[in-house]
Design a binder for this molecule. Structure first.
Ligand SMILES: *[C@@H]1O[C@H](CO)[C@@H](O)[C@H](O)[C@H]1NC(C)=O
Ligand SMILES: *[C@@H]1O[C@H](CO)[C@@H](O)[C@H](O)[C@H]1NC(C)=O
Ligand SMILES: *[C@@H]1O[C@H](CO)[C@@H](O)[C@H](O)[C@H]1NC(C)=O
Ligand SMILES: *[C@@H]1O[C@H](CO)[C@@H](O)[C@H](O)[C@H]1NC(C)=O
Ligand SMILES: *[C@@H]1O[C@H](CO)[C@@H](O)[C@H](O)[C@H]1NC(C)=O
Ligand SMILES: *[C@@H]1O[C@H](CO)[C@@H](O)[C@H](O)[C@H]1NC(C)=O
Ligand SMILES: *[C@@H]1O[C@H](CO)[C@@H](O)[C@H](O)[C@H]1NC(C)=O
Ligand SMILES: *[C@@H]1O[C@H](CO)[C@@H](O)[C@H](O)[C@H]1NC(C)=O
Ligand SMILES: *[C@@H]1O[C@H](CO)[C@@H](O)[C@H](O)[C@H]1NC(C)=O
Length: 452
């Protein structure tokens, strides 16, 4: 802008300001008549700047409306978004109904607090142009179902967004990273109908609080490994699967609530070692292995659920055969079917696909279990094994040479998988079945096999 335009601009701004302060009165009068204020305050003065719970700046522009917890009924006028100097707008814990109006003109608004009302819709352009907005809470409103719109990205000052119990559907948008929303530290989307997985941009966020409990979210929680700013993580009551990633980067984590999901695998030592943990909820998952030993200061929720852990005493290791089978399951990526079928400390007690003789594992039959991943060299630790049947799965990698050391092995069946590499040399007593593996006998075709 050139210097010569400045006086003109100032004049323009003066008139704009004059005009809009007059508009504020009109809008405030509309607000007064659309709300039932009978039991509250004195909004009779012609000057709204003198009304209770209303504040103005020196130019008589309305900057704050804080009508909270008063049982007020009515609706909000459509022009509310023209109170363009508003900084704080709070109507929480009332009975206000109808739509949340278009607030996109509120470029100075920092706080929007409308929770616990009877609003039925949010504007499609939510937060459009609202680049000062920092804190938003719309919890507990009977909205008709809606998706988080792309315009939320425009709220670049956003620190805290709470949409708990707001009838939000769809998947979690992939823009909660610090490139897009650099100030966002708290995201609470609990008790909605969100589905799908955790967006990968979470891994590039500076979120400290993430609440996603009570939804139908699924997939892996592996992105958590990169969310090093996290202090509170709550995904209770969803359908998350896979294993808990390495959490050693999350040194400030205090709350870890994953109860009521479908997580498998072991509790990583990186979780038990976290210095700031206070509450851990793990109940109702398919977590295996030893019951973890947390520091005394950590409250752990009903962790020995349904005998899944191998021991009731925290920190006690599992039976050696159980340890080996868990390590085998790890190479398969801790699939849910094995997590369900392999629990407790006695692998000879009706474990899925396991045969024993005098408490020693003699056979492992896991054909057609939709297994992925690779064949663990740990099979070689089960020295009584006579039969390994991994046929009709989707295993990759090669047959570990260690398996040739099994003294009693008679049959190794890996037919109909994606195994590659040379078949190691077994003794003449072993029948090795490798049919139906297009890349068997060829070296280093792992990447090729994956591409197919
Ligand atoms: C409301 O305020 C106006 C002026 O601010 C005053 O004249 C009037 O008496 C007040 N009414 C009540 C019921 O307090
Ligand atoms: C969810 O919001 C509805 C209003 O939309 C309310 O009646 C209900 O109590 C809220 N649920 C919880 C758990 O707060
Ligand atoms: C997650 O759920 C959707 C259905 O909402 C399904 O299509 C998808 O396969 C599921 N993903 C995983 C990893 O379970
Ligand atoms: C952990 O918290 C401390 C103190 O609040 C803070 O200085 C530090 O940056 C946080 N660490 C991470 C990784 O966010
Ligand atoms: C977490 O623990 C570390 C090490 O004890 C400490 O330095 C840090 O300040 C703690 N963070 C918070 C947020 O308390
Ligand atoms: C989580 O575990 C703590 C500690 O045992 C317990 O007080 C709390 O009620 C649990 N929360 C949930 C949601 O289960
Ligand atoms: C298998 O045996 C080797 C050698 O005794 C041992 O180092 C390793 O920890 C065992 N693996 C499992 C999973 O038990
Ligand atoms: C179970 O755990 C105990 C303690 O580690 C161990 O002594 C025992 O051999 C384990 N195995 C079975 C099959 O119970
Ligand atoms: C096996 O895995 C490959 C690559 O991971 C995949 O494309 C294919 O669909 C899988 N097949 C089955 C039957 O699951």
């Amino acid at each position: 802008m050139t210097r010569s335009h400045l006086p003109l601009l100032c004049l323009l701004l003066f008139f704009l300001n004059f005009a809009t302060s007059h508009d504020d009165v009109t809008i405030m009068q509309a607000l007064r008549s659309s709300l039932t204020l009978t039991s509250y305050g004195n909004w009779s003065d012609p000057d709204p700047c003198k009304w209770e719970a209303v504040q103005c700046d020196g130019s008589k522009r309305v900057t704050m409306i804080q009508l909270k917890q008063k049982g007020i009924q009515g609706t909000l006028p459509p022009d509310l978004g023209k109170l363009s100097e508003l900084i704080v707008l709070e109507f929480f814990s009332n009975k206000i109904s109808g739509p949340v109006p278009d607030l996109s003109g509120l470029t100075h608004l920092q706080t929007l607090n409308l929770h616990d009302n009877l609003f039925n819709s949010t504007p499609d352009n939510l937060f459009s142009g609202m680049n000062s907005i920092q804190e938003v809470c719309l919890d507990n409103n009977p909205f008709s179902s809606w998706k988080i719109p792309e315009t939320v990205k425009e709220a670049t000052s956003l620190k805290s967004l709470s949409l708990v119990n707001c009838s939000v559907t769809g998947s979690i948008p992939d823009f909660f990273s610090s490139e897009t929303l650099p100030n966002l530290v708290s995201l609470k989307l609990s008790r909605n109908n969100l589905h799908g997985g955790l967006p990968e941009s979470f891994g590039r966020s500076s979120l400290q609080q993430l609440y996603l409990d009570w939804q139908i979210l699924n997939g892996s929680i592996s992105v958590l490994q990169s969310m090093t700013s996290l202090v509170e993580f709550n995904v209770r009551a969803n359908f998350f699967s896979g294993f808990i990633p390495d959490l050693s980067g999350l040194q400030n984590l205090t709350l870890f609530n994953v109860r009521d999901n479908k997580l498998t695998g072991l509790i990583p030592p990186s979780l038990t070692a976290l210095p700031n943990l206070t509450v851990v909820n793990l109940t109702n998952n398919y977590i295996q292995g030893p019951m973890p030993l947390f520091q005394k200061s950590v409250e752990v929720d009903a962790i020995f659920a349904a005998g899944r852990f191998c021991q009731e005493t925290p920190g006690t290791p599992c039976d050696p055969q159980v340890q080996t089978l868990i390590s085998i399951a790890e190479s398969f990526g801790f699939p849910l079917n094995l997590a369900k079928g392999w629990k407790g400390n006695d692998s000879c007690d009706t474990w899925l696909g396991i045969n024993c003789y005098e408490s020693h594992i003699t056979g492992i039959s896991l054909w057609g279990q939709e297994l992925k991943g690779s064949i663990s060299p740990s099979f070689a630790n089960l020295t009584s094994l006579e039969l390994i049947d991994l046929s009709n799965n989707n295993l990759t990698g090669s047959i570990p040479t260690e398996l040739t050391t099994l003294p009693k092995l008679r049959i190794l069946d890996v037919s109909n998988n994606n195994i590659n590499g040379d078949v190691p040399k077994f003794s003449g007593n072993v029948i090795v079945v490798t049919t139906g593996n297009a890349n068997i006998g060829t070296k280093n075709k792992g990447t090729l096999a994956k591409k197919e």
